[in-house]
Design a protein around this ligand. Structure first.
Ligand code: ADP
Ligand code: MG
Length: 380
């Protein structure tokens, strides 16, 4: 990827990049809708991501290009970073520049910028966090600043929340920033506090992206958010993270049946994140896989954020050999399913799953095979 970036950069700008930074995409491993409930989540940085090349300019011009879009977009550095007024990809790096002063960082002056990626866009792997983190690292390197990792993570989230306008939690940027090969990233969303947990290197990830999206996904997401907050209020706590499975059971009668189901999903999911951490530390991938599948069943029956397509993939995957467990990954209501497998699960098995899906739903899901990778880093 590095030599491909240098070639693209040179083609666009007639010189080489001075700085190269990369940041990975991520998989939501376990911890479904736990973030805004103050809970915990485990994510995996993967071995695919976005690479950004940068070379400074003396004339104060900022030029942006990407292998995913035609043309070069220019802006003067003496204008404050402004959005393009439309949904352009350049709002991601611009949003990062606009976030800098909020964290006491100096914005970069003029530069030539090029981004390339081996991460599918919009596949639930957070290419957006990857481009934010890679851009942030390149910009701080260009200005000789060395903020800590947590600041970079918060800069990325700030850009996405405030400049791009996507109300994502800390998972995407936290995992892209703190990822580590053969590890998962653990996030306690209340701090936030970041940690890593070892993952045996024989663990492999397979992602099946259905390209389906519920027409009402934003409204459904907001409805779940509201149901969780109302359940917390009825139970007399600020956030559902303050309720244990035992206290929830003892107080379940206070909640409407639907609110009870939503609360049970969140409270038990937070407990599952904890159990998954313990099983990982014990190197017990079979137990981890069972927790992943239990998480999906809870989505399916309690939180009701699954779909027949996602359920079919999970059912097919857990019945296949060499699969430890499988669940929907991300917000749900469509999107992607991930499976944790041993190295013996290969293309033949994955294709068989995709074929069975196509026979039922008419189109094949996209298949992506990934392993863990390192978090955002400067390459030179
Ligand atoms: P996801 O984060 O799940 O991949 P999003 O819709 O949040 O999906 O973010 C995708 C957007 O991020 C793209 O539409 C594009 O604007 C931007 N993006 C990601 N990677 C690149 C890239 N390599 N070059 C240009 N823009 C990118
Ligand atoms: Mg995104």
């Amino acid at each position: 990827m590095k030599s491909a970036l240098i070639a693209k950069f040179s083609q666009a700008y007639g010189r080489s990049p001075e700085i190269i930074a990369r940041a990975p995409g991520r998989i939501e491993f376990i911890g479904n809708h736990t973030d805004y409930n103050g809970g915990t989540v485990l994510g995996a940085a993967i071995d695919r991501g976005v690479w950004v090349g940068l070379a400074r300019r003396e004339d104060g011009l900022r030029r942006f290009a990407s292998d995913q879009r035609e043309g070069i977009i220019s802006q003067c550095a003496d204008q404050l970073a402004k959005g393009t007024g439309q949904a352009s990809w350049v709002n991601y790096p611009l949003g990062v520049i606009a976030a800098f002063p909020h964290f006491g960082l100096k914005a970069p002056g003029g530069f030539d910028y090029y981004a390339i990626s081996d991460l599918p866009v919009g596949a639930g792997l957070s290419s957006s966090a990857a481009i934010e983190l890679a851009s942030a690292l390149a910009f701080v390197a260009a200005t000789g600043q060395e903020p800590d990792r947590e600041t970079l993570v918060k800069v990325g989230k700030h850009a996405e929340n405030n400049f791009v306008g996507v109300p994502c939690g800390i998972l995407d940027q936290g995992v892209s920033g703190f990822g580590r090969k053969d590890h998962l990233v653990f996030i306690d969303c209340r701090g936030p506090r970041f940690d890593t947990v070892p993952l045996p290197s024989q663990a492999h990830f397979w992602i099946f992206n259905t390209h389906t999206k519920h027409a009402l996904v934003d409204g459904l997401y907001a409805a779940r958010h509201r149901e969780c907050m109302e359940a917390a209020r009825t139970l007399g706590v600020g956030l559902l993270v303050e309720v244990t499975p035992a206290t929830l059971n003892a107080n379940l009668a206070k909640l409407e049946p639907t609110a009870g189901k939503r609360a049970r999903h969140v409270v038990e999911e937070i407990a599952r994140v904890d159990e998954a951490g313990q099983a990982l530390r014990a190197g017990n991938l079979a137990a981890v896989g069972r927790l992943l599948t239990a998480s999906h069943r809870s989505s399916q029956h309690l939180f009701e954020n699954s779909t027949p397509e996602l359920d079919f993939l999970v059912d097919t995957l857990v019945a296949a050999p060499h699969v430890y467990g499988s669940r929907l990954t991300g917000g749900g209501f469509g999107g992607a399913v991930m499976a944790l497998t041993s190295p013996d699960f290969g293309d033949v098995q994955a294709q068989a799953v995709a074929d069975a899906y196509a026979r039922k739903f008419g189109a094949k899901p996209d298949i992506l095979h990934a392993q863990t990778g390192d978090g955002a880093q400067l390459c030179r």
